[in-house]
Design a protein around this ligand. Structure first.
Ligand SMILES: Nc1ncnc2c1ncn2[C@@H]1O[C@H](COP(=O)(O)OP(=O)(O)OP(=O)(O)O)[C@@H](O)[C@H]1O
Ligand SMILES: [Mg+2]
Length: 332
């Protein structure tokens, strides 16, 4: 590992390029032939060594996008790129599934209860024809457990013998053992005690630092994103409505939706109960997307034009800060 590259040839890492994902609607809307666009024209990149936060209310398409990026769901339109190359064909998707690993919220559901941790880790290597001999694989598995703060002695234990936080560490070990460029972490600290959350977040920082792995970190908790991430991407109804560095987006949020999310987060960190992002009003459903700006029906600043004109994704300032709003707040 330690693959941080300083050369600027092909862009390293994983990229979504104008990704769209449509699903058939459920119930009556389905009979009318309606569909939902769970992900709508989303482009983003995660480079090795970079931590990108992905935030937005429940149902905005975060997990759908991440399932596409790890190659377990196919996009309806757009492309996934790995190290600048479009992912294509059986070999391409297989390569992607090795280079981009994932950890989900509930590792208990994804760790086989009857297998020991050692079996789970060495299996991941064997399936990918890595690690050489059986003994070599077991040694690597032990090293990986040590990397995530467990020990080789844990190899012969089963998932039920670990706490929630420890199981997330095991999930990380299983992802890391394949030496991915990027790991997608979907709500991996939600539901853990604050102190356990903090220890996992510090582990993620260390792994990024030591191994140069990139992370796409999906979370409802904006405080956690602010603490951990370099860049942040805000989604609303399947679309990116704002993105930029953590300093830009948290310091000078330009989109009224981001402003609403941030206004509901208290400044104090320690001991505070987990706060879910909250913006007044119900999000429109994906199938019943209004004309004009999708956020206009809930937007405290919406003007007449917002109800008819779909806003472009405008650049703000010199960096990567962008917002999809007709009247973005100028950077302060
Ligand atoms: N297989 C599917 N068939 C139909 N609709 C789906 C399917 N998977 C997801 N959806 C819909 O796509 C939208 C986005 O769902 P997704 O799970 O990506 O949201 P999310 O942002 O991850 O939400 P959460 O924060 O609750 O995890 C939702 O409206 C969901 O109902
Ligand atoms: Mg999700």
């Amino acid at each position: 590992m330690g693959r941080m590259s300083t050369t600027a040839e092909a862009p390293r890492g994983i990229a979504a390029e104008a990704i769209e994902k449509r699903f058939a609607a459920r119930g009556r809307a389905r009979k009318r032939g309606e569909g939902v666009r769970a992900v709508d024209d989303v482009s983003l990149t995660v480079a090795p060594g970079e931590i990108v936060g992905l935030v937005g209310e429940s149902g905005c398409g975060k997990s759908t996008l991440s399932r596409i990026l790890i190659g377990i769901e196919t996009p309806s339109a757009g492309r996934v790129l790995l190290d600048g190359e479009p992912v294509d064909g059986r070999d391409g998707w297989r390569r992607l599934r090795r280079r981009v690993q994932y950890v989900f919220q509930d590792p208990y559901g994804s760790l086989c209860p009857t297998m020991t941790i050692g079996e789970t880790l060495t299996d991941a290597l064997a399936v990918n024809d890595l690690g050489g001999s059986t003994a070599g694989r077991r040694e690597l598995a032990g090293e990986m457990l040590a990397r995530v703060g467990l020990s080789a002695a844990d190899l012969d234990r089963r998932p039920s013998q670990f706490s929630g936080g420890q199981r997330q560490r095991i999930g990380l070990a299983r992802a890391l053992i394949l030496e991915p460029e990027v790991i997608v972490c979907d709500e991996i600290v939600s539901g853990l005690d604050v102190s356990v959350q903090a220890s996992i977040l510090n582990l993620l920082r260390e792994l990024r630092q030591r191994l140069g792995v990139g992370l796409l970190f999906i979370s409802h908790d904006l405080r956690v994103v602010r603490y951990l991430c370099d860049r942040v991407v805000v989604m609303y109804l399947g679309r990116i409505v704002e993105q930029g560095s953590v300093e830009e987006v948290f310091g000078a949020p330009a989109h009224p939706y981001t402003q609403g999310l941030l206004a509901s987060v208290p400044d104090h960190m320690p001991g505070a109960p987990e706060l879910r992002a909250h913006v007044a009003g119900e999000p429109a459903t994906l199938s019943g997307r209004p004309q004009g700006c999708p956020f206009a029906p809930r937007c405290p600043q919406a003007a007449e034009r917002c109800r008819s004109v779909d806003p472009p994704f405008v650049a703000l300032g010199a960096g990567d800060h962008r917002a999809r709003c007709l009247f973005p707040e100028p950077p302060r």
